[in-house]
Design a protein around this ligand. Sequence first.
Ligand SMILES: Cc1cc2nc3c(=O)[nH]c(=O)nc-3n(C[C@H](O)[C@H](O)[C@H](O)COP(=O)(O)OP(=O)(O)OC[C@H]3O[C@@H](n4cnc5c(N)ncnc54)[C@H](O)[C@@H]3O)c2cc1C
Length: 355
Amino acid sequence: MWDVLVAGAGPAGALAALVLAQAGRRVLLIDEIQSNAHKVGESLPGAARQILQSLDLLATVESGSHLPCYGNVSAWGSDQLISHDFIGDPRGLGWHLDRVQFDEELRSAALRAGAVWWRNRVKAVTWMNPTWRICLKECEVHSSWLIDATGRAASLARSQRVIRQRDMPLFASYRWGVSADDDTETRTFIEAVPNGWWYTARLPHHIRVIIFHTDAKEATQIRRKPDFWDVYLEDTQYLRQGLGQMTYIDSPQLIAAGGGCLDSVAGSHWIATGDAALTFDPISSQGIFNALYTGMAAGKAVHAALIGDLSAVDAYVDRLKAIRAAYRRHHDFIYRSENRWADKPFWALRQRSLV
Ligand SMILES: Cc1cc2nc3c(=O)[nH]c(=O)nc-3n(C[C@H](O)[C@H](O)[C@H](O)COP(=O)(O)OP(=O)(O)OC[C@H]3O[C@@H](n4cnc5c(N)ncnc54)[C@H](O)[C@@H]3O)c2cc1C
């Protein structure tokens, strides 16, 4: 019998498990973790330092192979390249993460604190008053509380009939490459184009990620005929030149990347965190930060609930509503600052308000 079962061991699940284990709770973390060489989502802003520091994780991240990110260069809203550096940011520099290593670092911290990790998958959950019965592959366990940290799938919350609201559709088509020897760029590069926007960052180990964010029509074309990715890349004014002599190590992969949220982020004896609760358009660069923040907050709220203080869960729900409202305002502001192609479907859709 466990106090808390955390489904999903990405950043949100790992931090929830860490906080609960530090508080002396019996925590079971469940995730199969596919051993991919890369995981998409790698820019972490300097604002995350405070959270990492508060959990004694900053030194671990700083001694990892992650690269410091010194700023952004973007062609957004005009043909001019605008540089924004982070050196004067009082919160400190962010990182271009080795994402697989970063997730491992957080998971290891949770295990050191006493959480237990099983490589397994949650298949179904049933409330059997006063505990949950959780079916895994080939076995079942019981737990007082559940934390849904399953990412965009939000599989536990959705099994409780909670609906995920989706904002406008957005697809990301990404590729990894080995960066050129003379590629020493430390900044993130963003370029808006008539049918979406591109993003590239140099990552540790001479790897570069290149992502095209677009709508369903272009995404479908790339899925049917991957060469379209290169055709769209040719349309960029700056980005394709900046890549230099890059060697791709895979063909384009496609993933849903739009923002959204659950109708309810908590219910009786369960709580959702990270992407399972709120997802963000990658232009916000907010996903990992939110996973860290809400993972930590969900862990604290469940610990409080276990000692009878349910107001902590209500406060968590209110906090996530405030984060969602701020995100929507920010989303509107960013997309409305690009109006060179207001007649094109991708941008016309984004001139509409999310608020
Ligand atoms: C194209 C793209 C680019 C992005 N770029 C950035 C970026 O630059 N910066 C940034 O901050 N964010 C970015 N993000 C978002 C960021 O990757 C996510 O916000 C972040 O990974 C969320 O962490 P999480 O722990 O909530 O979920 P995840 O990291 O998705 O982890 C969820 C875990 O749950 C597990 N799981 C799923 N179902 C089950 C189940 N039934 N049982 C057990 N385990 C299960 C999965 O195996 C997975 O390990 C990007 C996202 C996309 C799509």
